[in-house]
Ligand binder design. Structure first.
Ligand SMILES: Nc1ncnc2c1ncn2[C@@H]1O[C@H](COP(=O)(O)OP(=O)(O)O)[C@@H](O)[C@H]1O
Ligand SMILES: [Mg+2]
Length: 177
């Protein structure tokens, strides 16, 4: 068995609705993902796939609440960490979430490179623009996006290119192996 990058043990989370009802959307989920492997989760609409993905990141905000269980990312237990520490040290660096239809969130008035700069500067305010450009160019190319995309606006890109653009941006801070 390869190195385990993500391990989840008996994770339980819930939504608390504004009518104070509890919705147990993730109720005792366990999984392991090895380095270089992927895991697909299939199920009917509303069965809890998105909630599981959100819950896995260990960063909870209302109406979603943590109940119990462990989340271990690359050997580090993140369940039980302070939300601020998770946000600063884990999200974007160790684990990233790409929401469905995220491409629709690209602001049409900005060039793609601006989104990359925004994301990186939120974590590393001192990174020079040249370094950001070089990193963006490398990561975009991995996803089949030419360097020119960085100077374009979202309306100039096809749906697939926009989708790959948000994937590249969402994962730009992740460590390279
Ligand atoms: N903000 C919320 N408040 C209360 N219940 C929610 C909320 N978001 C999702 N749910 C409920 O959690 C369940 C799982 O939803 P979701 O994770 O979005 O499913 P999937 O991604 O598999 O379609 C659904 O029954 C849904 O109604
Ligand atoms: Mg979903």
């Amino acid at each position: 068995m390869g190195k385990v990058m993500l391990e989840v043990n008996n994770l339980k989370t819930k939504y608390v609705t504004r009518f104070h009802e509890d919705v147990y959307a993730v109720d005792g989920v366990s999984l392991k993902i090895e380095e270089g492997k992927s895991l697909g989760v299939a199920g009917e609409s509303g069965c809890g796939k998105s909630t599981l993905a959100l819950s896995l990141m260990g960063y909870y905000f209302a109406p979603l609440h943590y109940i119990s269980g462990d989340i271990i990312v690359d050997g580090r237990k993140i369940s039980g960490m302070k939300p601020d520490d998770v946000r600063k040290n884990i999200l974007g660096n160790e684990i990233a979430y790409i929401p469905q239809a995220a491409m629709n969130a690209l602001n049409p008035t900005q060039k793609i490179i601006r989104f990359v700069e925004d994301v990186i500067h939120a974590h590393d305010p001192k990174m020079p623009k040249k370094d950001i450009y070089d990193l963006a160019k490398e990561r975009f190319q991995i996803l089949g996006l030419p360097e020119e995309v960085l100077q374009k606006h979202a309306v100039e890109l096809s749906g697939g290119m926009k989708q790959r653009t948000v994937i590249a941006i969402s994962t730009i801070l992740l460590r390279r192996y």
